[in-house]
Design a protein around this ligand. Structure first.
Ligand code: AMP
Length: 282
């Protein structure tokens, strides 16, 4: 595993790999790696001859007052975890080189970026789409892997790649969960033991939806009310939103459909956690 920090060196390496006709896979991350990230790395290893994992805590996807400065950073631990995966390059760009003074160019996927998490994090997806475009331009991967834990994010990246004709295959992979169902997230590290215990209610609410639809529930409003009540039974949890959407457009659905995505976001202490579950009865 070679470490590259300079953008120029990364680009030269990719050019060389591509000139040999080798397939290059990229896994973009913000570090504080866990098994969710590692599932993407393992799949990249299966699908590509050369694997690049990037770690970059992207300043422009955090809003004012969000957790940029205290976002967990533990490079030594990350490197240890990556050792088992035989990756080729650990790409560690520096913020000063990624966003030099006077940086003013952004990529915005309209519509999708304003829904769900875009309502409480207005510039978040613009920051994500911009940094991912930059990583794609620097690393020039044939394929890139994203997690469905961040469902809205992977959808936005897929739309961006389509709209801008980027020659990159986007692969999305299912959410990896803790033993009790809580979606793995770097931000789970912020939770104190009481919050960690309460956090599982988010997954339980999604399971409630799945169970009740399976049992024949036809009234979406009633179901969403029950999900909200269940989450509300945990005093440590402050719900941002829970809703059901069309998984292709993220438009809210008004009644129960064959295929729908239940999505939610909630605050626990200082952490904002998200989760989702695709329900497909068709
Ligand atoms: P992050 O470091 O949070 O920016 O995440 C980097 C990538 O890992 C993104 O594509 C995430 O969607 C993905 N990811 C994060 N958590 C999980 C999880 N629990 N299961 C699967 N993928 C995940």
């Amino acid at each position: 595993m070679r470490e590259i920090r300079s953008l120029k060196e990364m680009r030269l390496y990719s050019q060389k790999v591509r000139s040999y006709g080798k397939k290059l896979g990229l896994v973009p991350t913000m570090g504080a790696l866990h098994e969710g990230h590692l599932s993407l790395v393992a799949e990249a290893r299966r699908r590509a001859e050369v694997v690049v994992v990037s770690i970059f805590v992207n300043p422009i996807q955090f809003g004012p007052g969000e957790d940029f400065s205290r976002y967990p950073r533990n490079l030594r631990h990350d490197k240890k975890l990556l050792k088992d995966f035989d990756i080729d390059i650990l790409f560690l760009p520096e913020a000063e080189e990624m966003f030099p003074g006077g940086f003013k160019t952004y990529v915005e996927v309209e519509g999708l970026s304003r829904k769900l998490c875009g309502k409480s994090r207005p510039d978040h997806f613009r920051g994500v789409a911009t940094v991912v475009t930059k990583l794609f331009n620097i690393v020039c991967p044939d394929l890139a892997l994203f997690g469905e834990k961040d469902f809205q994010q992977q959808l936005i990246i897929k739309r961006m790649v389509r709209d801008l004709n980027l020659p990159i295959e986007i692969i999305s992979l299912p959410t990896v969960r803790e033993f009790d169902g809580l979606a793995m997230s770097s931000r789970n590290a912020y939770l104190n033991p009481r919050e960690r215990k309460s956090a599982v209610i988010l997954y339980k609410a999604l399971c409630l939806a799945q169970r009740e639809i399976g049992a024949g529930e036809k009234d979406l409003n009633k179901l969403l009310f029950r999900m909200r009540s269940l989450i509300g039974s945990e005093p440590a949890v402050r719900l941002d939103y829970v809703t059901a959407v069309n998984p292709e457009t993220l438009e809210e659905v008004k009644r129960i459909k064959d295929k729908m995505l239940f999505v939610l976001a909630a605050y626990l202490g200082k952490s904002r956690l998200i989760d989702n579950l695709l329900i497909d009865t068709g």
